[in-house]
Unconditional design. Structure first.
Length: 304
């Protein structure tokens, strides 16, 4: 038995279009997040279960209301999560941390502007989009490429793919605070996301790994999308992935803004003016709870 008093964390389980989160208030309670603790919270068998852990903290910048931190299910801290950003602002308002709207959230790469509407939808100003491979970073030295519209498609070889899967894919490189590689497919339902997704996600050309998007164009204002997320695997929805796919599709000459993005967890709407992206979608609170974090970590270690 341990001698230290239990460390109880209050949390809220939330989701945005099926992309689910454990959200923690690090303003009114002391939260020291570690990779081990993040993995324990996210574990769907031994923990609470989530694609990502979201942490609300006091801002470290004078131009922000709060700091927004994101931890993947594998414990890694990442730069951005679009669906999480919508849940972030709803959590702040529901927990009465602030009634400010729009809200300015500090992330690792800048400031997000979050606007909770009266129609249960939340709009996030996702900021600037970059297409320079170095912004991901993505090593394109020696890679074959060709242009489609205003976009560059890079041929990514997949030598470890099984015999019945593609041995190379054509991807657009998009950075929306976090890195994305977007490929077009004929049908997302039959696309080998579970096979090709992890091969792209951990491809050695991406120094910090990458989110692998699979985009099906339905018409000029509609796509279907699946994303194999860096550090989380395939999720029911990915907000930054939706934005990356729309930006890539517009640059390729396939889409016109605004675009409805149908994911397996719900529908998002993305507007892009060629520079700044705005994404609108739902944010839902499921339940509130408490967890003894150190007991959870200890029990997981025993279970394995």
């Amino acid at each position: 038995m341990r001698d230290n008093p239990p460390m109880i964390w209050n949390f809220t389980k939330m989701h945005g279009a099926g992309n689910d989160f454990v959200v923690l208030d690090g303003v009114r309670q002391a939260i020291h997040m570690t990779p081990e603790r993040a993995r324990a919270l996210a574990d769907r068998h031994f923990g609470i279960g989530a694609d990502q852990i979201l942490l609300v903290e006091p801002a470290t910048r004078s131009d922000a209301d709060f700091r927004y931190r994101i931890f993947n299910a594998d414990g890694s801290e990442v730069e951005h999560c679009g669906n999480g950003a919508r849940c972030f602002v709803r959590f702040v308002h529901e927990q009465h941390l602030s009634d400010r709207n729009p809200l300015r959230a500090e992330i690792a790469t800048g400031i997000l502007v979050l606007d909770e509407g009266d129609d249960e939808q939340v709009t996030v100003d996702m900021g600037l989009t970059r297409f320079d491979p170095a912004a991901l970073p993505f090593d394109t030295d020696g890679l074959a490429s060709h242009t489609q519209g205003e976009d560059t498609l890079w041929q990514l070889d997949l030598p470890d793919a099984p015999a019945d899967a593609p041995r190379s894919v054509q991807v657009s490189a998009v950075a929306i605070s976090n890195p994305h590689a977007v490929q077009q497919v004929d049908d997302v339902d039959t696309a080998p996301v579970g096979i090709i997704g992890p091969l792209v996600e951990r491809h050695p050309r991406f120094a910090r790994r990458v989110n692998a998007g699979f985009m099906q164009v339905v018409d000029r204002h509609t796509i279907r999308l699946r994303v194999y997320e860096r550090g989380a695997g395939e999720t029911l929805a990915c907000g930054t992935g939706a934005c990356a796919a729309v930006a890539a599709g517009i640059r390729r000459g396939l889409l016109d803004s605004p675009v409805r993005v149908h994911t397996r967890g719900g529908t998002l709407t993305v507007d892009w003016n060629g520079e700044r992206l705005r994404m609108t979608g739902p944010a839902t609170s499921v339940y509130n709870g408490q967890v003894d974090i150190d007991k959870l970590v200890f029990s997981m270690a025993l279970g394995r």
